[in-house]
Design a protein around this ligand. Structure first.
Ligand code: PLP
Length: 491
């Protein structure tokens, strides 16, 4: 490392170039080692709340510290004490795995530090985002004409859709007038299934629709929204003076990856003149696989769609794609351009900050561009297809074993199931406790991290396969660990 021994006089300026170069090589080595050796760590670290904080100084250093010492503390305090999302045994929630080319693109975007607010201050970054958004649209098999942008998360993408949908309500003009103290306007009503993600409730909270303004529509036995119930709810609400404005269809629900019937819901939205927003945050990735596209039939009619490349498309966190049918609907809802941000080319370019809440925006398109080019669309599809195949094999094993049962269909690569010993009359509450004990035992092995959910009141174990570094050996190992834990859980 460069000599920084004389630290008594504070030096001005940035890290010297030679020192940066050397440190950057060391960081690259560190990350490559981490990815190679990630399986030597337990997926869940053996830390208790407060452990890491207690090991860190409470006050910032007054003087400069050598980079070497910072990196060494990273290696001993941070790296071993995180939950390893990159570990192929991380099968909890939904996958969120950073691929090699995605990581490298992320590094380069950090180097450029391009703030993608306006074309003028981010020309290549803005245009690359336009190109990548359209590439993603094509990859999903969606029609030309859908435009869009990248945001940080599905929660924010859906929130922007809420605001645009609210803005499109005739005569409401919430942007100018707000919602409070206006007795002449009806209360806004949005609809989503009882299985919709909590980010939809948050959208209702932030936009003044309120939690009670979001009506949860019952689901069928496979956890899909019932269109007949949706139609009934809208008619009932209109008669009671509500103003229905938005329906959220979830294609790939968070608990069981159920697929709401987008076609039937789109027909209702068209008839009732309601905004249809599709939340395909997780499962959208499967639409890259041509033979899986029929599962999404009807989503092309939506006014807005969210899909997260940072979930099942191997993109470093964060990257969410928000597609919209009419860009003007978002621009009208959000655009506010103060004098200091006006430029001479505004009429000819895309200024992304006019389409959402944020002014400053990260340059997320670069990592996606690297990743899509490195793997190719077919390469990405092949990996997703393989995850579904492995999930299918695990589903067959569960179905073939009389002591286990699946609690929901497995249309993608996420399984919900439980242990239920054959021939034994065990109360539901006891089954819940046993399966929670199985989850705990599997997670304590350090080799796997699974999560759980509740489906129709039942405690369900949940395995989601989506790491490009995961192989059938990981799936076999997980099944073995589950069966071992179930044996131990027997009375
Ligand atoms: N929508 C669905 C269906 C999800 O499963 C999730 C998270 O798992 C979200 C939205 C929220 O995603 P984000 O963390 O990107 O806000």
């Amino acid at each position: 490392m460069a000599d920084r021994s004389d630290r008594s006089t504070p030096r001005l300026g940035d890290m010297p170039s030679a020192e940066f170069r050397e440190a950057a090589h060391r960081v690259a080595e560190r990350v490559a080692d981490y990815l190679e050796r990630v399986e030597s760590y337990p997926v869940l670290p053996a830390v208790q709340p407060g452990d890491v904080r207690a090991a860190l100084p409470g006050e910032p250093p007054r003087g400069a510290e050598p980079f070497e010492r910072i990196l060494s503390d990273y290696a001993s305090l941070v790296e071993p004490n995180i939950t390893h999302w990159q570990h192929p045994g991380f099968l909890a929630y939904f996958p969120s795995v950073a691929s090699g080319p995605g990581i490298l693109g992320e590094w380069l975007s950090a180097g450029l530090n391009s703030n993608v607010m306006l074309w003028r201050n981010a020309p290549a970054s803005t245009e690359l985002e336009q190109v990548v958004v359209d590439w993603l649209r094509q990859m999903l098999g969606l029609p030309a004409g859908l435009d869009g942008m990248l945001t940080d998360t599905a929660s924010v993408s859906s929130l922007l859709a809420f605001v645009a949908a609210r803005h499109a309500v005739p005569g409401l003009d919430a942007r100018e007038e707000g919602l409070a103290g206006r007795p002449t306007i009806g209360r806004l009503r949005a609809y989503a299934s009882t299985e919709a993600h909590s980010s939809i409730d948050k959208g209702a909270i932030v936009t003044g629709v309120g939690c009670s303004g979001l009506r949860k529509i019952p689901v069928d036995a496979e956890f899909r929204m019932r269109p007949d119930e949706l139609g009934r709810a809208i008619a009932e609400d209109r008669a009671a003076g509500w103003t229905p404005f938005l329906v959220v269809a979830t294609l790939g629900t968070t608990s069981s990856t159920a697929i709401d019937p987008a076609g039937a819901i789109a027909t209702i939205c068209e008839r009732e003149r309601l905004w249809l927003h599709v939340d395909a945050a997780y499962a959208g990735a499967a639409a890259i696989v041509p033979e899986m596209r029929p599962l999404f039939a009807g989503w092309e009619h939506a006014q807005s769609i969210v899909f997260n490349p940072h979930k099942w498309m191997f993109t470093p966190f964060d990257a969410s794609l928000l597609l919209f049918r009419e860009a003007a609907a978002f621009r009208d809802a959000f655009s506010l351009v103060p004098e200091y941000l006006r430029t001479s080319v505004d009429a000819d370019v895309r200024n992304y900050s006019e389409y959402g809440v944020q002014l400053g925006r990260r340059f997320r398109a670069l990592k996606l561009w690297f990743e899509i080019r490195y793997f190719g669309v077919d390469g990405i599809a092949a990996r997703i297809r393989e995850h579904c195949r492995m999930a299918g094999v695990l589903a067959e094993r569960i179905d073939a074993d009389p002591d286990w049962e699946r609690l929901a269909p497995t249309p993608f690569a996420t399984l919900c199931f439980r242990h239920r010993p054959a021939g034994a009359a065990i109360a539901e509450a006891e089954l819940d406790l046993r399966n929670a004990a199985i989850l705990d035992a599997v997670n304590r092995t350090g080799r796997f991290f699974l999560s759980h959910t509740r489906l129709a009141g039942r405690y369900a174990l949940r395995v989601s396969i989506g790491n490009p570094r995961a192989t059938m050996a990981h799936v076999d190992g997980c099944w073995e660990a589950l069966r071992d834990a179930a044996k131990a859980a027997r009375p």
